[in-house]
Design a protein around this ligand. Sequence first.
Ligand code: NAP
Length: 288
Amino acid sequence: MPLILDGKKINSEIRQDLSTRIAINLADGFAKPCLAIIQIGNTKESTKYIEHKKKFGHTIGAEVLHIHLPDTVSDSEVLKEISSLNTDDSVHGIIIQLPLPKHIDRDVLVEAVISSKDVDGLTSENIRGLWTNDKGYILPATARAILTMLDYYDIQVSGKKVVVVGRSTLVGKPTAMALINKGATVTVCHSGTVKLADHTLEADIIISAVGFPRLIDEHCVRPHQVIIDVGTTFIKDEEVEKITGDVDYNAVSQIVAAISPVPGGVGPLTVSSLFQNVYDAYLKKIGK
Ligand code: NAP
């Protein structure tokens, strides 16, 4: 049996750690860390993700402001909201819940968030920090979750061959760049990649962030590999809604050395990683 990379367990340890640190800061007279979430419209998925974030934030003793705007809102109205959060000293992190309605200019809104509060790590300043491997840039939460998972299980990255499947701005690219910064040799695959298995079979570590169930099957893997499944697709199984990853878990887990499950892998860790980003921004603000 492979080693199961248990995101729930790591998530619960991070939750405990953040709760303890926040309680100490409160006892020392500091305010709570505060994350502001801007939601535009009523996408079911977004509402669910925001509920998870609120729940996690409240359990660790952080403040979570949920600014819910109608999908008729204009760019300039959202920009006003962002501007007031940027200058509000009680707010330490700001995220704009994606995806956004079509009429909204995502890039303009994302760029309007002050980089020190950009806990999604999407502004050009944070991306520049990631590219140049500066100290102090904010890494997007999913990439941070993947690095945390590898680190928790003492899985060496430096000198290893890593294949990242998926090249999105949100997940694939920042993960690939963060791994290069850690000394890995990284290949990025995408929808234009010919013979995906030729690449994945070469890897020590495969990270799949696509959203295509069973993309990574027994033909894509070999013994001794580590598999991290970031994909999340909602499927109906006998009328019950289920979540599934990119990896054919049953087949692949017979072969490889370590694997993260879906659910219970990167998903829960992404929320705790977001709050680690918020906590880091808060520490900088309070000067600790
Ligand atoms: P995305 O923006 O849709 O990007 C998907 C990527 O997969 C694209 O780069 C696409 O290539 C590539 N791709 C599509 N079909 C492929 C194929 N057949 N072979 C190889 N690559 C293929 O999605 P995302 O935001 O990066 O998210 C990826 C997955 O991770 C989704 O399932 C999402 O729900 C999940 N996710 C999970 C978490 C978590 O916390 N667990 C967080 C974020 C996202 P092209 O660029 O060529 O189109």
